[in-house]
Structure formats: C-alpha cells, structure tokens
Design a protein around this ligand. Sequence first.
Ligand SMILES: [Zn+2]
Length: 175
Amino acid sequence: MALAGLNVLLAALHECGVSAPPLTPADIEDATDEKGAYVLLVRLAGPLETRLPGTGRLELRPGWYAYCGSARGPGGLRARLRRHFRHDKNLHWHIDRLTVAADALAALPVPGGNECGLVQRLLRHPALDIAVRGFGSTDCRTCESHLLKFDGDTSRVAPRQPSELADSRKRGPDS
Ligand SMILES: [Zn+2]
C-alpha cells in the first residue's frame, strides 16, 4: 500500500489541531497561493545517509517525518510545496535531501500560519519528537529543529529518550 501509516500520522496531527486536508503531488495545483506555513510529510522507505552543510554525517531511520516550513515568497504555499514535491532540483535546503529520497510525500498547508508555532504544537504529541537537532532551524531562535520523526506506527514500545522538551509535552502512556 503506497501510503501505509499516513492515516495514523494524519490522526496524530489532527490531535495537535493541524487538520487541513492533505495535498499530494497529484493535486498540488489545487493548493492555495496564499502565504503561510505548512507541515510536509515525508516517508523514507529505507535508511537515509546524508550530510548537511555545516554538520557531520547524518543517518535517518526509515519511516514518516514531519517537517514544518513557511512559504512567504511569490506563489505562496503552492509554489513552495510544488518545489518540495519535485525530485529534480538543486539541493538547497536541508529538507531537499529528504524529499529527493522520499517514496511518499504529502503536505498540510496552514495559510497565515507560523512554522515555529506548528513545531511547538506537534511536539505535544507523544509520537512526534525531534528528528535531528538544528535541521531546518539554523535561522530559528525558538525551535531545536523543524524536522520531527513520527514513531506512532512502529516503535512506540521503545523507551523514549528524555529531552529538554519533555516537561512541555504531554506524557504518553508508555513514558
Ligand atoms: Zn522554529
């Protein structure tokens, strides 16, 4: 099944108050051209080894990731998401390394929204946690990362690592 796990992830986002209908690459032209923020959902079928400018080697586990970004340029959310959905592009942003490797992509546009507010909202969910510190947030003073890993469909039984954010998050049944 092409988008296994997506519905579980969408349900988790809904619990966080992010419930826009998801866009896929097939219906990107229906997206709004308003400015705002978005949650980009990226699935890696296998482990991804890459390197980010200014950091060392990076290895990402397979599964779903949620990246919070903003679109404030010409063409708004439609133009930005169209670029994320393309596989042929120059690798400019951190997230480009994931989108070119992804086997499934979807996005929830939040017109008028703020990407850092989205990160804080999503981190309240016990199945969403920081994926890589500093990822996509090198210009951001409030977020540890703009890339979150979703563990709701795989390793919920694994003990979670304590983090500085633990006290600002609601506790899951297994923590
Ligand atoms: Zn931020």
